[in-house]
Design a protein around this ligand. Structure first.
Ligand SMILES: [Zn+2]
Ligand SMILES: [Zn+2]
Length: 254
């Protein structure tokens, strides 16, 4: 069910051909996924579960960000992440607090660490036993917040899942409920759609003023939620202009 790195790379490549507005984002994301794939495979083949095993991959990531990433991310890497001690510090800080808000204020600080932690956390999740009957607002495996919702066909309707921003675990969640504050009054959790994106919608909450984007696989079965979420950045701007704050940023800090 879960999209592997090859699926993500292929989807980014496909969207690059048609989605001109998100071209730069998709190009950079594709590079990141190409970088993450061998990190994941190495962890899996070596059965490495110590987060410090990621340290040796840090220099190549900084080089990739310098070459292909957004300017402020490249600058942050050059200024603050050259020393191995600084790399380890940020990696451990983000890993130890990925469910909390302490690091949320510095997206640049978080970005590199999250690119590395994602394949690591996915590897751990692939080994773990996850209670997918959970209906919590945070990931039942790692405790992080969801980066997107996913709608999958089931029976005559669609079932809603939440996709973890760190370990990519999906867990079922109520169809009509805010994944931040739990609001269930359907008048307070409006859904917005845009003509440009038939299969991605904004699910907002008027109680806590957050939003999450939902990728509807019943409308586009080829969509890969983590990639389609990222490719529809125009919807973020739309939602944020209406006073909603994104529940959790994606890998690119958006
Ligand atoms: Zn998780
Ligand atoms: Zn809410």
């Amino acid at each position: 069910m879960k999209a592997n790195f090859d699926d993500r790379i292929a989807r980014a490549t496909e969207l690059l051909r048609t989605n001109l507005a998100a071209r730069d984002l998709l190009t950079f994301y594709r590079e990141l996924a190409l970088y993450q794939k061998p990190v994941y495979e190495e962890l899996r083949s070596s059965e490495q579960t110590d987060v410090r095993a990621l340290m040796k991959h840090f220099p190549a990531l900084l080089e990739l960000v310098r070459r292909a990433g957004p300017e402020q991310l490249a600058e942050f890497g050059a200024e603050h992440l050259q020393a191995p001690a600084a790399q380890e510090e940020v990696l451990l800080a983000v890993w130890n607090d990925h469910g909390g808000d302490a690091v949320a204020s510095s997206e640049a600080r978080r970005c590199d660490a999250r690119v590395l932690l994602q394949p690591y956390a996915e590897y751990l999740a692939s080994k773990g036993r996850i209670d997918t009957a959970a209906t919590e607002v945070t990931c039942p495996f790692c405790g992080a917040r969801p980066v997107a919702a996913v709608l999958r066909g089931e029976g005559d309707g669609a079932k809603r899942w939440l996709l973890c921003s760190v370990c990519s675990t999906e867990w079922p969640f109520r169809r009509v409920a805010c994944p931040n504050c739990g609001e269930r009054d359907k008048d307070k959790v409006p859904v917005y759609t845009a003509a440009d994106f038939d299969h991605v919608r904004v699910e907002a909450c008027d109680r806590c003023k957050t939003y999450i984007k939902a990728v509807d696989l019943t409308r586009d079965g080829r969509a890969v939620p983590v990639v389609d979420e990222l490719a529809t950045v125009a919807l973020n701007i739309w939602a944020e202009n209406r006073g909603y704050t994104k529940l959790e940023s994606n890998l690119l800090g958006l």
